[in-house]
Design a protein around this ligand. Structure first.
Ligand code: T46
Length: 162
């Protein structure tokens, strides 16, 4: 009985530590080196150097209408780097327990989004161009588009509960 209680306490502490670690890791901003001279600025990014994965796909979002929000999904495998190369937008990141909002308005800055993170993008400026570098080819089966399904998956995968 006492042993069980001891293990339950250890499990509870581990669980809290895991949650804290996840919260610390939720927002991962990368700062790229801008090469500037009298002609202007240039940022160079290479896979497995500035970007922590092989880049298999590139896409960009632009001409976004006022008051629109995009995303509302997580990915099972996909890792991405979001760079707002012009204008600004906000990104909500959610790991199933913690939620944070990040402003992207600097073309020398990237927001890394690991797999198993819910994202929502909104507040696009009319001139926003959001460049996305992706670790996988497009695959609809990699998307989790229902928030309750996402929470259930996170609970089972990382916390062994639901
Ligand atoms: C993500 C956020 C940041 C393709 O055909 N190929 C592609 O590579 C992509 C990304 C999209 N599409 C098609 C699928 C839809 O018919 O383009 C259309 C719009 O895609 P979606 O509604 O998924 O766009 P967002 O802005 O909601 O999400 C996108 C990415 O899909 C997603 O992976 O993390 O940007």
């Amino acid at each position: 009985m006492r042993v069980n209680r001891f293990y339950r306490q250890v499990w509870q502490i581990n669980r809290e530590v895991t949650k804290l670690r996840d919260k610390d890791a939720l927002v991962k901003k990368y700062k790229f080196l801008p090469h500037g001279d009298s002609r202007g600025m240039l940022v160079a990014i290479e896979e497995n150097r500035e970007i922590p994965f092989d880049i298999k796909r590139v896409y960009y979002i632009y001409n976004t209408n006022d008051n629109i929000a995009r995303g509302f999904h997580a990915h099972r495998q996909l890792q991405q780097m979001l760079i707002c190369v012009h204008g600004s937008c906000k990104v909500v990141l959610d790991d199933g327990y913690n939620r944070e909002t990040v402003l992207l308005n600097d073309p020398s800055e990237g927001l890394y989004i690991a797999n198993d993170i819910w994202r929502e993008m909104y507040d696009f400026s009319t001139d926003a161009v959001l460049l996305v570098l992706a670790s996988e080819l497009y695959d609809e089966a990699d998307y989790i588009r229902n928030y309750d399904d996402f929470r259930k998956m996170i609970s089972e995968k990382y916390y062994g509960e639901y």
